[in-house]
Design a protein around this ligand. Structure first.
Ligand SMILES: Nc1nc2c(ncn2[C@@H]2O[C@H](COP(=O)(O)OP(=O)(O)OP(=O)(O)O)[C@@H](O)[C@H]2O)c(=O)[nH]1
Ligand SMILES: [Mg+2]
Length: 287
């Protein structure tokens, strides 16, 4: 008989939580980047096969010290998720990077969750020089798996284990009419996230953390193409300048990469009307 369950994905920033979610559900539902704190709110998506249904909650990585408004808000959202319902915890670790106080903070949180914990060592396709620093965690958890979320390697036994630990009635959500496995993401939000991902990919230092994206208009034209009007907000003029770039080069690059991806995912020709605006009140409302 089919069954279902809710799985919490938790770990430091940049360990590959969102990459795993995308690999599992077979399409991009959560943006990823080499920079920490890419995910800014928990993203829920459904994995479904003949065994049943698993709702995965991809949380933003927990920062050691959340000093700025954005990091504080993001950490708060992750911590609030811990009060919600879930059956299994997937604690993801990146053994290519040294353990730090930040890991200690995540481990402290994981220890208090009264649910079975599956430890997942990710990025096993790379040289995992710091593995020895993390192996002690194996003694505290229900099971350990070594995977590559990016290369889709060794994920089967891990998922089998997750299914063995859940027991909710199937289905948890009716997905028959859903076009996407994502549960808390509409098309506007998805467009905003894709644009924000490109900001993370192309800009440097603190710029990504000073940016929010708003899609103001989505229009399907008669010829089947898609017109999207969006604005990248940033906290002040200095960042605005960096986002525009020399002779508008940066915004052009961000726009082009976003447009290409949107064309691929919608199978439509996309016109992306993108502008940059400085807004002093932004820090409080970054998405
Ligand atoms: N080589 C390799 N890279 C990976 C793997 N998984 C993720 N990455 C890369 O690691 C970086 C971070 O991945 P994300 O999925 O954004 O990490 P995250 O844990 O969601 O990060 P936050 O949202 O910031 O908490 C990206 O550049 C990914 O491509 C993997 O298995 N192998
Ligand atoms: Mg993420």
């Amino acid at each position: 008989m089919k069954k279902a369950g809710i799985v919490l994905l938790i770990g430091r920033p940049n360990v590959g939580k969102s990459t795993l979610l995308n690999t599992l559900v077979g399409q991009k539902v959560s943006i990823t980047s080499p920079k920490p704190q890419t995910t800014r709110f928990p993203i829920r998506a459904v994995f479904e096969d003949e065994r049943g249904q698993l709702i995965f909650i991809d949380t933003p990585g927990i920062f050691k010290k959340a000093e700025d408004v954005l990091s504080r808000a993001v950490n708060r959202k992750t911590l609030a998720t811990l009060d919600e319902e879930f059956d299994v915890v997937v604690y993801m670790v990146d053994p290519t990077r040294a353990r730090s106080f930040e890991e200690g903070r995540v481990l402290g949180i994981v220890r208090k969750l009264n649910k079975p914990v599956i430890l997942v060592f990710n990025k096993m396709d790379l040289e995992t020089k710091h593995m020895a620093e993390y192996t002690f965690i194996q003694d505290e958890v229900a099971a350990t798996y070594k995977i590559s979320a990016l290369k889709d390697k060794h994920i089967k036994p891990f998922i089998e284990d997750v299914f063995s630990r859940v027991n909710r009635e199937y289905p948890l959500v009716d997905m028959t009419d859903s076009v996407t496995p994502a549960l808390n993401m509409n098309s506007r939000l998805f467009l905003q996230e894709i644009i924000r991902e490109k900001v993370y990919l192309f800009t440097r230092e603190e710029v990504p953390y000073k940016v929010g994206v708003a899609v103001e208009e989505i229009k399907e034209r008669d010829n089947g193409s898609l017109y999207i009007k969006a604005v990248i907000y940033t906290v002040d003029k200095r960042y605005r300048g960096m986002l525009v770039g020399r002779q508008g080069k940066m915004v052009k690059e961000i726009g082009m990469a976003a447009r290409k991806e949107l064309e691929r995912s919608t199978n439509k020709k996309v016109f992306l009307d993108l502008r940059i605006e400085a807004n002093h009140h932004l820090q409080e409302m970054l998405n």
